[in-house]
Unconditional design. Structure first.
Length: 284
């Protein structure tokens, strides 16, 4: 049986599950003004406090090839193969840097998740399941690449400020959303974040409508892993979303996760998404 490890940049927002499964995580650098740290050292609460104080959004930077190289060598020092996941190559140069480092390391397979948050996390968990079944690194990567397009990843944001200042939406979109009090849904499509349906009214009402629309548009989930991922949603809202998902899919294994500092840097406070494989588990 092959000894294959699975690892990820700190974009998958599955800290507890990663710890339980022994999945290593490489943190992404985050800059808050004159303070530079990494995801984990800098927390979402740090980001909220910094924004409230300065009205300035944080910045993230790519992991360097040197940092990837050190990490890859550590993970493969015992002779293991490694399948490593990065944030979408459309959102960061992390994938390019990881590939450059992997060329110097034997047995390292880099996967462009074409996603972020638990959209990437779904692929990481699938890869870990495949690795534990005995597949080698190359076969794990091939299976993951084949299933990547089945990931349904979307979310509703309370504010477009973070996405706009991070260069991930236009100024016009941000302005219109602000003036009209629109809560837009953001869909990850072909590795990019694009604006989907737009909801009027309070964030809580927008989230409930978004969940109903998402489950209707993507009605064939692999119910073994369905994520409710959010930045600072109230327990009441998270529970409402959970009930909506279970009403549609009673056998769903719903996992609630809190987005880490990397994703919070891009999306800000009051973001919530429902994410899952929309293929009924047929390829698993």
């Amino acid at each position: 049986m092959s000894n294959v490890k699975v690892s990820s940049d700190s974009i998958s927002d599955l800290g507890r599950l990663f710890e339980e499964r022994g999945i290593a995580r490489l943190p992404i650098p985050i800059v808050l003004g004159d303070r530079t740290g990494v995801d984990g050292e800098i927390t979402p609460d740090d980001i909220y406090a910094y924004f409230d104080r300065t009205k300035t959004t944080p910045k993230t930077s790519a992991i360097t090839p040197e940092e990837y190289g050190r990490f890859f060598r550590e993970q493969t020092a015992d002779g293991s193969e490694l399948v490593h996941f990065t944030i979408s190559s459309e959102m960061s140069s992390c994938y390019r840097n990881a590939c450059a480092a992997a060329e110097e390391c034997k047995g390292v397979y880099v996967v462009d998740s074409r996603n972020l948050s638990t959209g990437a996390g779904l692929l990481v968990l699938y890869a870990d399941d495949l690795a534990k079944s005995g597949l080698g690194g190359a076969a794990v990567k091939e299976r993951v690449d084949a299933r990547r397009s089945a990931v349904q990843a979307s979310f509703v944001v309370d504010t477009m400020t973070f996405l706009y200042r991070g260069g991930r939406c236009s100024g016009i979109s941000a302005f219109i959303a602000s003036v009209l009090k629109i809560k837009p849904s953001i869909i990850v499509s072909d590795g990019k974040m694009v604006v989907g349906k737009k909801y009027m009214g309070s964030t809580d009402k927008a989230i409930v409508k978004y969940v109903a629309d998402t489950l209707k548009a993507h009605p064939n989930p692999d119910t073994r892993y369905m994520f409710i991922t959010h930045t600072s949603a109230s327990p009441e809202v998270a529970e409402t979303v959970r009930r909506e998902v279970l009403a549609a899919f009673p056998d769903a294994n719903i996992i609630e996760t809190i987005a880490g500092a990397t994703v919070t840097s891009h999306c800000g406070k009051g973001t919530l998404g429902v994410l899952y494989f929309d293929d009924g588990g047929r390829t698993a």
